[in-house]
Design a protein around this ligand. Structure first.
Ligand code: CAA
Ligand code: NAP
Length: 248
């Protein structure tokens, strides 16, 4: 794989899935950059932990829900490191509740952070990728964007829409060496899933044919494939990785 000096940007890289993706991309030879939203102490601890494990990751503060924040961050990355070759749109949140109880604020927060973020970040990097003739965009959707989920009208809507974006942009950039794909993970053991009440979570796990939650590394491995040169023929795809919970 010709990844020498290529730059991979993972949004929300300090979260459960993001950390596994950053590690895998660093091991694969990329210069890895992540964004973070949380406080500086959490960032410093995460960077120290990564460094202790031998990973040199760069971190930039960015609110992916804000177009201007994304413009500022990617401009800075370009000035300090170079143009982004791989973008993983991974940052996301949940604000679960039935539609009856869902507020306009929780709708907007989930749409802005999970869906508009994909536009906000992709816009910053796509021209450099097409000009170079090589690029990889990976959008992290969800099983719940494919099948819907009780209590997640906002999240299911945002995650389903991500794949529409993927398919459109994949067509626009295919001739320029850029691939755009969606990964739709099932329930993976991260803070996001641990925030689901235990009784509800146990019911969900009992409905997963493989009988367990997924591991972040299992999603990162798929990212590793998609960024490789050998994945150049795969574009506009939605890849489900969900322990058999939803088969399409
Ligand atoms: N299908 C049908 N009915 C359901 C249901 C379901 N999946 N889940 C709950 N209900 C019913 C309950 O049985 C209950 O019925 P009764 O009133 O007749 O007893 C009623 O709905 C209310 O249920 P709760 O007591 O759970 O209601 P609540 O308001 O306290 O909580 C909820 C609602 C917030 C949606 C809660 O059920 C919940 O957190 N569900 C999990 C949602 C979920 O899967 N989120 C995923 C988060 S992780 C993630 O998003 C990552 C990813 O991509 C996979
Ligand atoms: P997580 O551990 O909660 O991490 C989410 C990350 O998103 C955090 O690093 C967080 O940064 C970042 N983030 C949130 N809001 C942001 C904003 N406005 N701007 C920038 N960054 C922001 O969640 P995860 O489980 O790893 O999920 C990662 C992605 O996978 C999400 O898109 C999620 O929807 C998707 N997914 C997860 C599962 C699962 O089961 N875990 C399944 C399917 C899909 P800070 O911590 O700095 O705030």
């Amino acid at each position: 794989m010709s990844t020498a000096k290529k730059i991979a940007l993972v949004t929300g890289g300090m979260g459960g899935l993001g950390t596994a993706m950053c590690k895998l991309l660093a091991k694969s030879g990329f210069t890895v950059v992540t964004t973070y939203m949380s406080d500086e102490d959490k960032k410093a601890k995460w960077l120290a932990d990564m460094s202790k494990d031998g990973y040199d990751i760069k971190a930039y503060k960015c609110d992916v829900a804000s177009y201007d924040s994304c413009t500022g961050t990617v401009t800075k990355i370009k000035e300090e490191l170079g143009a982004v070759d791989v973008l993983v749109n991974n940052a996301g949140i949940t604000r679960d509740g039935t539609l009856k109880r869902m507020t306009k604020e929780s709708w907007d927060a989930v749409i802005d952070t999970n869906l508009s973020s994909v536009f906000n970040m992709t816009k910053q990097v796509i021209d450099d990728m097409t000009e170079k003739g090589w690029g990889r965009i990976i959008n992290i959707s969800s099983i719940n964007g494919q099948k819907g989920q009780f209590g997640q009208a906002n999240y299911s809507a945002a995650k389903a829409a991500i794949h529409g974006f993927t398919m459109a942009v994949a067509q626009e950039t295919a001739k320029k060496g850029v691939t755009v794909n969606t990964i739709a993970p099932g329930y993976i053991a991260t803070e996001m899933v641990m925030a689901v009440p235990e009784d509800v979570r146990n019911k969900i796990i009992s409905a997963i044919p493989v009988g367990r939650l997924g591991k972040p590394e299992e999603i990162a491995a798929l990212v590793g494939y998609l960024v490789s040169d050998l994945a150049g023929f795969m574009t506009g795809a939605e890849l489900a990785i969900n322990g058999g919970q939803h088969m399409m």
